[in-house]
Design a protein. Structure first.
Length: 312
């Protein structure tokens, strides 16, 4: 038996006849003529080598082979129908989908609490899963393409040339060098020299490789090789470390403004500026029409845009 030779439409007919115990009732259910249903059964009988149904009074009764086929066929058809339904007719009130997001720790702090609250109110059975680490952009993009991640947040410069990746910008930001508020580097009250920046020690993070590479590039263009004293797995700990040491850190200005409320840290005026960074939600273009992801993206965009406005 070669499954590739089977017309899968025959399974729909089989399932309908099995449930209805009648070719005429199955025909009405499938919006087919009774001869078309009978012809489909003949083809399926030829393929299986079994009569599948026999007439008993006014009913079409299944053979043992038909009974053995009924459960797997019904399960397969239900699985396909449910999958298509979840993609094309997403209802947040009843959906049980799992969405997987690949974002760094700062965006998790910004996005997750508000998104979890929204889901609790509007989509109580939806589940969110977040990646435990933030790999570099090429790895994240491959995860999107393979469907291992549904949505990520990346600098748009990392995705602009990717034809199979879609994106939606939600903010622009600029990197800033930060230090504790009483750091000696502020004594002059003027932009610090490149020599002072080169002699300082830094705390950095390994969870945002694209931003770290951008900072290194700008520093290198001005002849500065950073002396990194501490590498953290997340961005959220940088304010605490900067506040308690003479280390300098590099973070986004919106991140700085948000954390200045709780930490005695300040921006260091540098003799050069960092380029503007545009960030956005990114996803595989193959998921553009996925109604569930459309709904989630819309909610996430609203939260992120509001959070950026608050932080400005």
């Amino acid at each position: 038996m070669n499954i590739r030779q089977l017309d899968l439409n025959l399974l729909l007919v089989f399932d309908a006849v099995y449930r209805e115990r009648s070719t005429s009732a199955a025909a009405r259910k499938l919006d087919l003529s009774q001869p078309a249903v009978s012809n489909a059964l003949r083809r399926l009988r030829k393929f299986t080598g079994d009569t599948l149904f026999f007439r008993s009074g006014n009913e079409m009764m299944p053979t043992r082979t038909a009974n053995a086929l009924a459960i797997p066929v019904s399960h397969a058809l239900s699985t396909v129908e449910e999958s298509l339904s979840s993609l094309r007719a997403f209802d947040p009130r009843t959906s049980t989908r799992v969405f997987r997001l690949g974002i760094n720790d700062f965006m998790r702090v910004t996005l997750v609490p508000a998104l979890a609250n929204l889901l609790e109110q509007e989509a109580p059975n939806v589940r969110l899963e977040f990646t435990g680490e933030t790999p570099n952009p090429p790895v994240l993009l491959e995860a999107l393409r393979r469907g291992e991640t549904d949505i990520s947040i990346l600098p748009l410069g990392a995705v602009a040339a990717e034809k199979d990746i879609s994106f939606s910008a939600f903010n622009s930001d600029t990197l800033a060098v930060v230090a504790r508020a009483e750091h000696p580097i502020f004594d002059s009250g003027t932009p610090v020299s490149t020599e002072a920046l080169a002699s300082a020690r830094y705390v950095t993070t390994n969870n945002a490789p694209a931003l770290r590479a951008l900072a290194e590039t700008v520093f290198a263009e001005h002849g500065i090789e950073r002396n990194v004293a501490c590498v953290m797995p997340d961005t959220s700990t940088i304010p605490s470390i900067v506040e308690m040491t003479d280390y300098l850190g590099i973070v986004g200005k919106s991140f700085l403004k948000r954390h200045q409320r709780d930490h005695a840290i300040a921006e260091v005026k540098t003799p050069f500026t960092f380029p503007q960074i545009k960030a956005g939600l990114v996803w595989a273009r193959s998921a553009d029409e996925d109604q569930g992801l459309q709904w989630l993206r819309h909610k996430a965009e609203g939260i992120l845009k509001s959070a950026v406005t608050v932080g400005e």
